[in-house]
Design a protein around this ligand. Sequence first.
Ligand code: NAD
Length: 443
Amino acid sequence: MKVTVFGTGYVGLVTGTCLADVGHDVLCVDVDQKKVDNLKNGIIPIFEPGLEPIVKQAVQNGLLNFTTNMDEAVDHGELQFIAVGTPSGEDGSADLQYVVAVAKTIGQRMNGYKAVVNKSTVPIGTAEKVSEALLGELNARGVDVPFDVVSNPEFLKEGAAINDFMKPDRIVVGTNSERAEKLLRELYAPFNRSHDRMIFMDVRSAELTKYAANAMLATKISFINEMANLAEKLGADIEQVRNGIGADPRIGYQFIYPGCGYGGSCFPKDVKAIINIAKNVDYQASLMEAVDRVNHIQKSKLYTYVTKHFGGNLKGKTFALWGLAFKPNTDDMREAPSRVLIEALWAAGAKVQAYDPVAMDETQHIYGLREDLKLVGTKEAALEKADALIICTEWKTFRAPNFELIKSTLLNPVVFDGRNLYEPERMLEYGFDYYAVGRGKSV
Ligand code: NAD
């Protein structure tokens, strides 16, 4: 099938690539000329495990192409996917300008039936806005061309995006059109073989399903973080508590890891958006407000430990930082807890010496060259002449380090662990002052 995908970010590029991998003829379009030029030359703009070889193979097979040409883009696919960003506006609402711009682009050029499929995470009612934008453009041209607007929220996880797309838990499609349903069934058939994973529903429910899923996951994280903060004050160990509650299948072990807060391009923005969506229909989303508040506090947690430990004076100190990305296996730095920490350390007059397996280019891109930020090539190099080690991301390479080396390299044997990677007792035996989240040291 011929498919056009607007947006070549984490969602658009993965969607286009996976669809091309199973044989669909995909044209990916972006307004970012440099991104498109790079993609045409086989340079992938993001780090996503397993993505590069599939892109290259699909390009070689002639099934994946890239363009900035909107005429070509609209002409290509009967299915037109929207996978552009929906960042937070100032009031927390999702900014729909990019989604609406794509709808207008399509409306200005379409000459035959199109199924416009929205993969971006958008507020409930956006499909209606997309329809209005399309109709507005068609009316302005004085043409009458049929179309459907479908909601097909994306549930992939950065870092595991290829597997999530290829073997989805579910494919949610919101539509009331039989024609669109048939097209989407055919499109997704290669990913839907062992059992039917396609869940059809009305458009508004599909739009809300995406927010409900992310809101639930963010709630789990803020819940365990709140319990961790309590554990800290009550002299309990949250890791033992986690073990104890996860055994109940109604709770489960997934997504209840305490830490220094959730980040990324989705949870923070989607929780804020659902609060705003609720406000617009005169409902106060109290639970979501609390989830957001707890996360805000949690992101300052590491800094609180650090200042307390050093008696409030961080001026002139250097901190080794392990992990910059908001989670392992991605280079995404959007809303990463490391950024809150780094910026607080700088404000207090400290320097940062950081290592991340893949997110250092992105960090450099965000902060530019500065005296108080040194990005180094190995985790060991980050320790040199540093006053303490701080861990922000649970990359595998940080899980079983050489503790003797850490101790002998750091100026002080102090570790602030925002991901609870080590055993407090063992760290004590090694001679470290060890801070982890909800594991005994109250601040
Ligand atoms: P992104 O910022 O990585 O990519 C968006 C791309 O869209 C950019 O390359 C941008 O240049 C391009 N773009 C903007 N306007 C355009 C236009 N008019 N025409 C063509 N391209 C245009 O965003 P992302 O992380 O891929 O997220 C996209 C959407 O998917 C968001 O709504 C997000 O909430 C949702 N989502 C993201 C994830 C994730 O893990 N990143 C998962 C599920 C859903």
